[in-house]
Design a protein around this ligand. Structure first.
Ligand code: CA
Length: 444
């Protein structure tokens, strides 16, 4: 849990004028990382930092030797220069592996460069509108959790009306090992998957294109340093091992899921596509938006390895989340995407630190660039649900869109957009940008 420092100063302004607009996702206090290149070019992908509507090209900055020239002999800038060199590669794994001191040193230098007029960084800007992105790390392993009790209860009620929330839920952060090979960056287009489905009223299952294709509104957690096999990460060390957060859409085929999920959990209903946003917002940037983590007195309190005074003080995060849809018809008519729901990560039953501590308590090793999904972040009211499964009560209550169309689940041509941001009076807005993905017709 990062302390606040000069990079959080709300009065900081950048010479990149678009970063000073109050509605910008990327003010100088944010400085999130992505991997990018100019769109449709043969340039190598390399690290970049968002500033207003621009990207600071970290490979170009590294080649210009700006940090080294300006700061000979000082320890922190030397670490920043090492971090900058790592960011010029096509994935951020080696940068993530350097750890919090290096991430923080580079952030401090970038903040200084971008807040001073006329620096050598001006030549290293690329407009975001001219860029394309790639998955920012080589994701060795991907684990999806189930950390919203509101989602778990609502979904449980649909799949098991008599027994919605299983008794282990309030004790153990539930998760499953997902599939990293099908994780793609925002803008992903994928074919409606086929799967084994048993329509109600039929005797036997059939292989069919899914009829209940859904999205899940999640927060992605990129692991930074990680741990050696056999060496658990304690709750108060957990966040030092987290590089930052992104937005994550865990596309889900509900009819496949309903037939396959017992006894071992999700499998082909989940691993055909997962889409993440390009920008990773560091935990350091999110320091002003940390909240107390609480567990109501009527619920079991966490076991000791999942609890600490620091967690109670600042383990939560006030991060607003939103899902929107753009149908093919809306796109053709030039209509803007329509919001489906809003939620907030502060409602999560389990915190980021608890997910990391629990994942490693048995000695399981996390590695730089590993990705954790938070699970669908539904809020306490039905309107704050993070999936169509919940918003349409299992497909029984169709939504009527402003275009006049109705939806229970996603139709071919639908584009789904997730956004996230933090804002409160007296602090700059820290945005996550967006993640979008489009459903194509089944290939069969
Ligand atoms: Ca999920």
């Amino acid at each position: 849990m990062s302390a606040r420092n000069a990079t959080h100063d709300p009065s900081l302004r950048s010479w990149v004028e678009s970063a000073n607009q109050p509605d910008s996702d990327f003010p100088i206090q944010n400085l999130p990382f992505a991997v990018f290149r100019r769109a449709a070019s043969a340039e190598p992908f390399r690290g970049g930092v968002a500033i207003g509507d621009q990207i600071l090209d970290l490979a170009a900055l590294h080649e210009a030797r700006v940090l080294r020239a300006g700061a000979a002999g000082e320890a922190a800038p030397a670490l920043a220069a090492e971090a900058l060199a790592a960011c010029s590669r096509s994935t951020l794994n080696s940068f993530m592996a350097l750890g919090t001191d290096a991430w923080s040193a580079l952030r401090a230098e970038l903040s200084r460069l971008l807040s001073v007029t006329g620096t050598a960084a001006q030549h290293a800007l690329v407009p975001q509108s001219a860029a394309e992105y790639s998955v920012p790390a080589r994701i060795g392993d991907y684990t999806d959790f189930y950390a919203s009790i509101h989602h778990a209860t609502a979904v449980g009620a649909l799949f098991r009306p008599d027994n919605p929330l299983l008794p282990n839920y309030k004790w153990v952060p539930i998760g499953y090992h997902g599939r990293s090979s099908s994780i793609r960056i925002s803008g992903q287009e994928f074919r409606r998957p086929r799967g084994q489905i048993k329509p109600s009223g039929t005797e036997d299952p059939q292989l069919l294109p899914t009829r209940r294709l859904d999205y899940e509104l999640e927060v992605g957690v990129f692991i930074g340093t990680g741990n050696a096999l056999g060496a658990p990460i304690g709750i108060d060390d957990a966040e030092r091992n987290v590089f930052g957060l992104c937005l994550l859409n865990d596309w889900s085929a509900r009819d496949v899921q309903a037939w396959e999920y017992q006894p071992l959990g999700p499998f082909l209903a989940k691993n055909f596509a997962t889409t993440i946003s390009p920008w990773i917002v560091t935990l350091e940037a999110l320091a002003p938006y940390r909240t107390a983590w609480t567990r109501s007195a009527g619920d079991p309190q966490p076991l000791a390895y999942l609890d600490s005074p620091r967690l109670r003080q600042s383990g939560g995060l006030d991060m607003q989340l939103e899902a929107a849809i753009e149908t093919q018809q809306m796109r053709a008519a030039g209509q803007a995407p329509q919001r489906l729901s809003r939620s907030n990560f502060k409602h999560s039953y389990w915190s980021i630190a608890q997910l990391v501590a629990h994942h490693t308590v048995n000695g399981c090793n996390l590695e730089p660039g590993d990705l954790l999904g938070s699970g669908t972040q539904s809020g306490p009211t039905p309107q704050e649900a993070g999936s169509l499964l919940e918003l349409t009560v299992g497909g029984k209550q169709p939504l009527t869109l402003e275009s006049g169309e109705t939806r229970t689940f996603l139709a071919d041509g639908d584009r789904l957009i997730l956004k996230g941001w933090c804002e409160k009076a007296g602090h700059p807005r820290i945005g996550f940008g967006e993640v979008s993905g489009t459903v194509l017709p089944s290939g069969s």
